[in-house]
Design a protein around this ligand. Structure first.
Ligand code: 5AD
Length: 366
């Protein structure tokens, strides 16, 4: 692949062409550092044409780490005995939601381990009702795993707008390798379709740099996002968690650097291929590069950041992976640092806005 050939495909895609899987894989494989920078710059330019230099902020509330799943990579998997399980109280959750709204975030993400018992799903419904009664209620995104269509509809009726459920890998063989038999690719994909059917703005994503995963697999992930007509994407590097079965995956400097740069490339190529979707610059990027990780995600075409607004006392018990940043910082400190770093890269928070992906309006109007 020469620089010229690479630029041809980049320009073809940037000017509205629809790249096939082979071309997506090429886009993910810039032949040199200059082409890679050109990829990031082109994606940033498109992001700014669509969203200006605005970044949507969502206050993240990790409200419980009790989980019925046993994903091989995840620190809060049910058979990790080292985790102290918690549930935030309704008051604590409402306090965090109000804080997010007072901070001008305009939206919150309520994330938890996956549970499908009625006690849990009913409680989420009640919480949504209470959040809707706040003086200036933030838009709510839920991230609580696979549920029935009934439950998803109940949550939409109670006011939730968006839902995040990662496919983790769109290659079934990789999906199978990183999950127990009870968590199947077919069920995960069906749940995503139910989320959309229930009326949610639908978000998914993948982990990047999983053992055995190549740029070809990542190209398939982007094709999956496109085929599923997804509205929002959240993805980041795989980070081995020492108390999990995948905890001894390679984690040397070179591997980590590759996961990081592949993650930035995934953001950029996803922006170019999907265009008007929301793309998050995730905490996992910040974990690898605490000073500039999330900022570099934005400069590669992301437009969403999810600063934590939960109570510090629970932060340590929600470690999906090792090295989670800002364990000791409260919501206010996190906000100040974030504002400072956004200033440095010329991006501005979009205050008090729900921040809907234009793609959702386009999809539902047509
Ligand atoms: N490394 C990176 N991401 C992880 N997640 C869970 N465990 C890890 C890990 N070890 C991600 C999954 C999940 C999301 C909530 O966190 O993609 O969907």
């Amino acid at each position: 692949m020469t620089t010229e050939q690479y630029c041809d495909i980049l320009n073809f895609t940037a000017s509205g062409g629809k790249p096939d899987i082979t071309q997506i894989e090429v886009l993910l494989s810039p032949p040199d550092a200059e082409c890679e920078q050109k990829l990031f710059d082109t994606a940033l330019k498109l992001k700014r044409e669509i969203f200006g230099n605005l970044v949507n902020l969502r206050g993240l509330i990790e409200f419980s780490n009790i989980c019925s799943c046993d994903c091989l990579y995840c620190g809060i998997r049910k058979s990790n005995p080292k985790v102290k399980r918690y549930q935030m109280s309704d008051e604590e959750i409402l306090h965090s939601a109000k804080l997010a709204s007072d901070f001008g975030y305009g939206a919150v993400v309520l994330q938890s381990g996956e549970r499908s018992d009625r006690h849990f799903t009913g409680r989420v419904t009640q919480l949504l009702n209470k959040i809707a009664e706040l003086p200036s209620p933030p838009a709510v995104t839920l991230s609580c795993g696979e549920q029935s269509l009934e439950v998803y509809k109940e949550w939409v009726a109670a006011g939730a707008k968006r839902y995040l459920l990662r496919i983790e890998s769109a290659t079934e063989e990789i999906f199978r390798r990183i999950h127990p038999e009870s968590t199947t690719f077919a069920n995960r994909k069906a749940a995503l379709l139910r989320i959309r059917e229930a009326g949610f703005q639908t978000g998914t994503g993948v982990m990047i740099g999983l053992p055995g995963q190549t740029l070809h697999h990542l190209a398939r992930d982007i094709e999956f996002f496109r085929d599923m007509d997804i509205d929002m994407i959240g993805m980041g590097p795989f980070l081995p968690q020492s108390d999990t079965p995948m905890g001894d995956a390679p984690d040397d400097e070179q591997t980590v650097a590759r996961r990081f740069s592949w993650s930035l490339r995934m953001i950029a190529v996803t922006r170019l291929v999907l265009k008007d979707v929301n793309i998050a610059s995730t905490t996992a990027l910040q974990t690898i590069d605490p000073e500039n990780g999330r900022e570099r995600g934005l400069l590669a075409g992301a437009n969403v950041i999810m600063p934590n607004v939960g109570d510090i006392s629970y932060r340590r018990d929600y470690q999906l992976y090792n090295g989670k940043p800002a364990l000791d910082e409260n919501g206010r400190e996190i906000r100040e640092k974030l504002l400072e770093s956004l200033r440095k890269i010329g991006e501005v928070p979009r205050w008090d806005a729900s921040g809907d992906p234009p793609h959702f309006a386009r999809r539902t109007n047509s």
